[in-house]
Design a protein around this ligand. Sequence first.
Ligand code: AMP
Ligand code: ZN
Length: 139
Amino acid sequence: MKKDDCIFCKIISGEIPSSKIYEDDDVLAFLDISQVTQGHALVVCKEHYDSFLTTPKKVMHKVMDVAQRIGQADMIMLGARGVNILTNIGKNAGQSVFHFHVHVIPRYAGDDLIIEMKENRDLEKLNLPAIAEEIKKGL
Ligand code: AMP
Ligand code: ZN
């Protein structure tokens, strides 16, 4: 179902233009308006769901399938040397558009994009088995 104030719903309905890469009944992919590297794409489901975590599995799988295909095309057609697949969930994780989307970010030798997973030394003493137990209880 379309959400009136959602920018991606407006792109899906054609109200707002986009540089489309792929479209089928359930999924649309287009270039991100702010290119972090050349070819940076977004894959979205046509139905409005807020994020990865609230999207039905079947729909989420279709989006991931297209993300994989675009990543493969980036390597072959754009000469990418790697790809980052990223989805932000929630304001604290950097999500700014609350319609599930996956970033497909081609990576090139010498590009200056930094997507870093840095160890936090303050967390060195955490009880990992206890944390693992907590997460397991929620599965
Ligand atoms: P996120 O921060 O993960 O929610 O990503 C939202 C992304 O949507 C950002 O990278 C924006 O550059 C991108 N974006 C916002 N408006 C548009 C638009 N009209 N066309 C294409 N991309 C957009
Ligand atoms: Zn939407």
